[in-house]
Design a binder for this molecule. Structure first.
Ligand code: SF4
Ligand code: MSK
Length: 663
């Protein structure tokens, strides 16, 4: 049966203006999107799959388990709790594997850069020195490339380490947390090893005790968050520069009528950074002009977009949920993709236009796409070849529609170092003022909104959650496609402070920062672990991450990576709430995940489908932590006097290098 094209009729789940505008154009009339596929299915998702109790781990099944019904356990006797835990741990392993393989590429690119084999360079020497200390590299008498090479090789070794000592980056966690992990036996030993062990232990007939399975699930997730993801973020920063606040624009209106539009989609910034360099190359610009364009307009999609948005102010055209809409404009000459979150449907949508989908990574090919392998040792050459292909399409552009008005100003680039500096003031650079503002109640707590979009839900859930949080004086840190979604609705502008509660608004206005801080791509959630650790180390808010008035959500999660991220936050002591999780079909396992985890880690999972109630549960958790710290009675407002303003205002946006007029 053909999928019916609903376009934007009955788009009651779409609130995004640019999406609606593009889908209602004649030029997009043949485009079938994920929204159409969701509607055409006409049936709800499989109950066993969505509640976690479908097992196909051996060929006696697949077995659909109904908890409490004797004849509905697995053929092998596996119970609902075992099956749901095994599936959950496998989801964590898959998400961790995606981050890990991404991180490995970044470490290898870092090593190649240290050896002078790429067009990039070691930019952030301070951060390199910090990492050298973590890896105990003797830096005396060595230049930055020699140090980087040693750090890179030691980092790479942590992926395949075979001894039983913890991976190196774990020592960055609060002391008490490290001791807890050691007691529980969940310190990751080798980053790859933990993924392999999850797959082994969840194979038919191995680990059949849900709590024990989840110990390994946590170990694998910790290896992701504190290991591979953190390595990826840090080495990427050292190579391409640690982000500082920068002005930019997001949404489909960033596409240009007069330029060759090239979107970069996926996750690994090595290719995107090379494209940024190649787009300024004289030969390439001359070719673009010869084709009748005034230049090359690079724009991001998903997290590759977030990487170059944060570091270079390159606009982001679309998050995950708008990848098909970007193509449906008919204005894109090439969508260049690497790995993760690239929907196979983009190749089909592109067929209606002159657009090439260009795959660039041997690990991620797609029927209907053109493949141009990105060669790290000839990064600029590969990038130029890709841009030449895009330029050759420019003259073929047919009817197109760019929603010109749909572009939102954003200020992005809030790395942990920036937050430290901005809130710490001109001379100090510390988390003291943030902690003090939490203690005195101006800021009630901190919340992370991370992760994906999901076509099964209305597209405004991130916004509902964020508005409720900031209204209640909770500072929001956002990453990934959630951050893009919040940018589209104007919450990444300093002016959005008007919508915050009085205490948070006062802090934001004094510093000149938005109430929602864009902290990077989905792999950059490790920045939030570092920020939380810095808050603990600063003092006054307990002695572990689990003591902080902190909560996290991946509202509208889609990817397995989101579950891995959630689990590394829970295992680090954070309350994490999703709109749904595949645990509800297994009673004991569900209770363990949503209650029992707290006894072990101080962090716990929660589930709430309604986005407003979800935000309110985050606030309730933050208040619970405030009460435990004894700072719940101090929420009466303390107004800034001039001295306090001077003290805090010294580290404002301009001081950290927030540059450039909004284009
Ligand atoms: Fe069924 Fe057990 Fe095989 Fe899973 S492992 S498919 S529950 S028999
Ligand atoms: S791209 S993992 S949809 S955040 Fe990182 Fe976005 Fe989620 Fe992919």
């Amino acid at each position: 049966m053909a999928i019916s094209r609903t376009g934007c009729e009955g788009c009651n789940d779409i609130t995004c203006t640019s999406t609606k505008e593009v889908l209602s154009q004649d030029s997009a009339k043949n485009v079938i999107t994920a929204y159409d596929r969701v509607k055409s299915r006409g049936m709800s998702a499989c109950l066993f799959g969505s509640s976690g109790t479908c097992c196909r781990n051996c060929n006696m099944g697949p077995c659909q388990i109904i908890d409490g019904v004797d004849e509905m356990i697995g053929i092998c006797g596996a119970t609902a709790d075992t099956v749901a835990a095994r599936n959950y741990a496998r989801t964590i392993a898959a998400g961790s594997a995606a981050h890990t393989d991404h991180a490995r590429e970044m470490v290898k690119g870092f090593i190649a850069t240290a050896k002078g084999e790429t067009p990039h360079e070691i930019k952030d020497v301070d951060k390199l020195m910090e990492l050298a200390e973590v890896f105990e590299v003797d830096t005396k008498g060595k230049d930055k490339n020699e140090i980087a090479l040693e750090v890179g090789e030691l980092a790479l070794a942590d992926f395949g380490k075979q001894d039983d000592k913890p991976v190196t980056m774990l020592k960055r966690a609060p002391k008490k947390r490290q001791e807890l992990w050691e007691r529980l036996g969940v310190e990751p030993r080798g980053i790859d090893r933990e993924v392999v062990e999850v797959l082994h232990r969840t194979h038919m007939g191995v680990d059949q005790e849900y709590k024990n399975i989840m110990l390994q699930g946590s170990r694998c997730a910790i290896g992701d968050g504190w290991g591979s993801s953190m390595l990826s973020t840090e080495l990427t920063d050292i190579m391409f520069g640690t982000p500082v606040p920068i002005r930019a624009i997001v949404d489909l209106g960033v596409l240009r009528t007069d330029q060759v539009n090239v979107t970069v989609h996926g996750h690994e910034p090595l290719l995107a950074e090379s494209l940024c360099l190649a787009a300024q190359d004289e030969e390439i610009l001359a070719l673009a002009k010869k084709a009748g364009a005034t230049g090359i307009n690079l724009a991001g999609v998903c997290c590759t977009g977030n990487e170059i948005l944060m570091r270079r102010g390159i606009p982001v055209a679309a998050g995950f949920i708008q990848q098909e809409m970007a193509l449906a404009t008919g204005a894109i000459e090439a969508m260049v993709v690497d790995v993760q979150c690239i929907m196979q449907s983009v190749a089909e949508v592109a067929k209606s236009f002159h657009t090439d989908i260009i795959t660039t990574n041997y690990r991620a090919k797609m029927t209907g796409a053109v493949h141009i392998q990105f060669e790290e040792e000839d990064a600029l050459g590969s990038a130029k070849e890709i841009l030449k292909k895009a330029i050759s399409n420019y003259k073929k552009r047919g009817d197109f529609y760019i929603p010109q008005e749909s572009k939102s100003d954003v200020v992005v680039g809030f790395s942990h170092e920036t937050i430290n500096y901005m809130l710490g003031g001109r001379f100090r650079g510390s988390y003291r003022p943030l902690n003090d503002n939490i203690i005195n109640g101006r800021i009630r707590g901190v919340a992370a909104i991370v992760g994906c979009d999901n076509f099964k839900m209305s597209d405004n859930h991130h916004e509902i959650v964020a508005r409720e949080l900031i209204k209640n004086d909770i500072l929001v840190l956002a990453t990934g496609c959630a951050a893009t979604a919040l940018g589209r609705v104007g919450l990444l502008r300093p002016e959005a402070a008007k919508e915050a509660g009085p205490g948070l608004a006062e802090v934001c206005e004094t510093v000149g920062m938005p109430p929602v801080l864009h902290c990077g791509s989905c792999v950059d959630n490790s920045r939030l672990l570092i920020a939380a650790t810095a808050m603990v180390k600063e003092g006054g808010l307990g002695d572990d991450i689990s003591d902080l008035p902190l909560a996290g959500t991946a509202t509208s999660w889609m990817s397995e990576k989101a579950v891995a991220i959630g689990q590394y936050f829970v295992s680090s002591g954070v309350f994490v709430i999703f709109q749904n999780l595949p645990v509800t079909g297994a009673k004991k396992f569900n209770k363990f995940m949503t209650e029992g985890m707290e006894e072990i880690y101080g962090g716990v999972w929660a589930i709430e489908e309604d986005p407003l109630k979800l935000a309110q549960k985050m606030i309730a958790h933050i208040d619970k932590k405030r009460a435990a710290l004894g700072i719940d009675k101090k929420r009466e407002r303390v107004l800034f006097d001039m001295a306090m303003r001077r003290d805090l205002g010294g580290g404002g946006l301009q001081d950290v290098g927030c540059t450039g007029p909004v284009k």
